[in-house]
Ligand binder design. Structure first.
Ligand SMILES: [Ca+2]
Ligand SMILES: [Ca+2]
Length: 422
């Protein structure tokens, strides 16, 4: 957790951080022993410099004490994109852009502070905002990247929790709020502690004064990551099925369009696939594609993959709703659209060689952050290795996640997230 004053870098700001700084001031430890963090520009800082004046002095001891008793005006930190940020601790009104930010505020028990959300959580507020006393007056940002700033100013936001690192300077200037992005959408499935969703949960846990809840969420991610990592160790490389994993659109939607968007090696989809022991075809045909990117269908004509996965997003971050994406998620109880859509993948001539029952879609609600990294991996695990990941495990994991995030919701009665063939 990159909060200045958190001298040992762990998940809490406490007397141990004060002790480390005092030990340095007393000459018991060297400057070279002090933890360093690096921002997005590669500039390094001592984490113990709690008041951010460039030196480690007794003022930092005082500052950390004021962070512990929460009397500090502001806490300073690097946000999830490595941008130097600060945030007040006395917070009434919060802008929460996307579903993952709203889930995190539910986890931390502070959804009543929300005054505005982006279109995706707005459209699905009966789930994502269910812990607000009254979500009827919440303002819809529509396009979270470029909202109506004048309408927002009326809401007097204190804090704006952004989903991505987009238009941050404009948001700061126009809203006068403390604006930062914890990068909750990011998960690192090589080292989960390095994930935006893990570090961001702990950061928000401090800011909103509920570190214990944030730690429960982090432990859930790490425990299940360990389980999956151990399972995958039992699978030899040669036995791993090969998988093509695209975003819906392009050629899949319109065969006149000769490109597809494929999940690159930094994407959640690629990482989830690897975590549970799938072989991503992109490793063979476009290993340098780090972010998701376009690939011409001519590169796929000769490919013979075992499975096709397609990721779908109905409510886009820019406020658009894609009518052709099937109804799915927490608030949908009828799976007929999803089943028809998934079965429709069988008609695509490019993947005609593949077993029809090896073609699946994955759901946007299970993409971002901890839910994406772990629940998506479990879904893919069940598709590829049903003996290792039973449907009972997958369903149990989903309910565990819902419970941890603080939602009163029975996922055995509600929700459409996946469809498996008998
Ligand atoms: Ca600490
Ligand atoms: Ca200082």
């Amino acid at each position: 957790m990159d909060i200045f004053g958190n001298a040992d870098g762990n998940s809490r700001i406490d007397k141990e951080d004060v002790r480390i700084i005092q030990d340095y001031l007393d000459g018991k430890i060297e400057l070279s022993d002090m933890l360093v963090t690096t921002d997005a520009n590669g500039k390094s800082y001592y984490v113990a410099d709690a008041n951010r004046d460039g030196k480690i002095t007794s003022e930092d001891v005082d500052f950390v004490n004021s962070l512990i008793d929460r009397t500090a005006d502001k806490v300073h930190f690097l946000d999830g994109y490595g941008i130097m940020s600060s945030c007040r601790l006395n917070i009434d009104n919060v802008i929460s852009e996307y579903t993952s930010e709203c889930e995190m505020l539910s986890l931390l028990g502070v959804q009543d502070k929300i005054v505005s959300v982006g279109n995706a959580p707005y459209q699905m507020k009966n789930y994502f905002l269910m812990n607000m006393n009254d979500s009827s007056s919440v303002y819809n940002l529509n396009n979270m990247h470029s909202p109506d700033y004048e309408a927002l100013a009326v809401l007097e936001p204190d804090v704006w929790i952004a989903h991505l690192n987009m238009n941050m300077d404009v948001k700061k200037e126009k809203s006068q709020a403390d604006v930062f992005s914890p990068n909750l959408t990011n998960i690192d499935l090589i080292n989960p502690y390095n994930s935006g969703c893990v570090k961001g949960a702990l950061l928000l846990g401090y800011i909103f004064n509920n570190t214990a809840a944030a730690e429960r969420y982090v432990n859930w991610i790490v425990d299940n990551w360990n389980l999956m990592t151990d399972n995958t160790k039992t699978i030899s490389e040669a036995d791993k099925p090969s998988v093509l994993y695209f975003w819906y659109g392009g050629y899949l939607h319109d065969t006149a369009n000769k490109v597809l968007t494929i999940n690159g090696t930094s994407s959640i989809g690629y990482q989830a696939l690897n975590l549970v022991g799938g072989h991503a075809v992109i490793d063979d045909i476009a290993p340098s594609l780090i972010d998701s990117g376009k690939i011409g269908i001519e590169s796929l004509v000769e490919v013979r993959a075992d499975y096709l996965l397609v990721h779908t997003v109905k409510y886009q971050g820019d406020g658009k709703e894609l009518a052709y994406i099937p109804a799915q998620g927490y608030l949908v109880d009828n799976n007929s659209e999803l089943v028809a859509f998934q079965e429709g993948l069988a008609n695509n001539v490019l993947f005609d060689y593949m077993e029809d029952t090896n073609k699946y879609i994955t759901c946007n609600e299970l993409w971002h952050g901890g839910s994406g990294g772990i629940l998506l991996a479990a879904q893919i695990g069940h598709i590829l290795y049903p003996d290792l990941y039973s449907e009972g495990y997958l369903n149990g994991l989903l309910q565990e996640y819902v419970d941890i995030m603080g939602y009163d919701y029975d996922s055995s009665k509600h929700g459409v997230f996946w469809y498996f063939y008998e």
